[in-house]
Design a protein around this ligand. Structure first.
Ligand SMILES: Nc1nc2c(c(=O)[nH]1)N[C@H]1C(S)=C(S)[C@@H](COP(=O)(O)O)O[C@H]1N2
Ligand SMILES: [Mo]
Length: 196
């Protein structure tokens, strides 16, 4: 299928770096990943147990609200749905927040997303990537190593939490970090939903 550039976007071939705060420095001993909120029982995964989950490789287009779009990056990661499979959701869960590090605080960055949009191969917690110009390599610390969420292209890339630390399952929608500052809850680049 031919790539489509959303309105107000331009195509870039390299992968820019954008975030607020410090770059998280990975330490396997202290790293873990929490599945919490509206679940029967919370789950905490070590790095080793996370990396034992089934892997998915997908090509995903990225659209940043600052107007760059990057097509056809190939990511290797753990599909969002593999993590959903590890918990029993309470009745009525329809949104999630994906949390990540911000200045050393594990849960200070977050982005909200509708659960049903994240169940295919284009919603991945990634650790490796390649494209036409780069062979496989680990994603860099600045792009979110050791684990970074990449959302489906129907969402602007701020929904792609770097240095991911957990998923909160929710009944109803709730703003995350940028959404609280006035960015769109739904954030569809093709409808140019930048602000709310
Ligand atoms: N933890 C964390 N994740 C984050 C951010 C951040 O500040 N902290 N910035 C977001 C924003 S606004 C964008 S545009 C993308 C940029 O990803 P990139 O630098 O890998 O291109 O990361 C998103 N994920
Ligand atoms: Mo952004």
């Amino acid at each position: 299928m031919k790539n489509k550039l959303p309105p107000g976007q331009f195509e870039t071939e390299n992968w820019p770096i954008l975030h607020v705060g410090d770059v998280y420095e990975f330490q396997e001993e202290t790293w873990d990943f929490r599945l919490f909120g509206e679940v029967k029982e919370e789950v905490t995964l070590s790095y080793a147990s996370m990396m034992k989950l089934p892997k998915t490789v997908s090509s995903i287009n990225m659209h940043c609200v600052t107007t760059w779009s990057k097509f056809d990056s190939i990511f290797e990661g753990i599909a969002f749905r593999e993590l959903v499979n590890l918990v029993e959701l309470n009745e009525g869960v329809d949104y999630v927040k994906i949390y990540g590090y911000y200045n050393g605080d594990r849960f200070a960055y977050s982005a909200n997303l509708p659960l049903e949009a994240l169940l295919e191969d284009d919603a991945l917690f990634v650790y490796r990537w390649k494209d036409e110009r780069h062979d496989w390599e680990d994603i860099s610390p600045k792009h979110g190593y050791p684990l970074r969420f990449i959302p489906p292209e129907a969402f602007y890339l701020w929904k792609g939490t770097k240095w991911a630390s957990g998923i909160q399952f929710m009944k109803g929608d709730e703003a995350g970090f940028w959404e609280e500052m006035g960015y769109s809850m739904t954030a569809n680049p093709f409808k140019e939903e930048r602000y709310r």
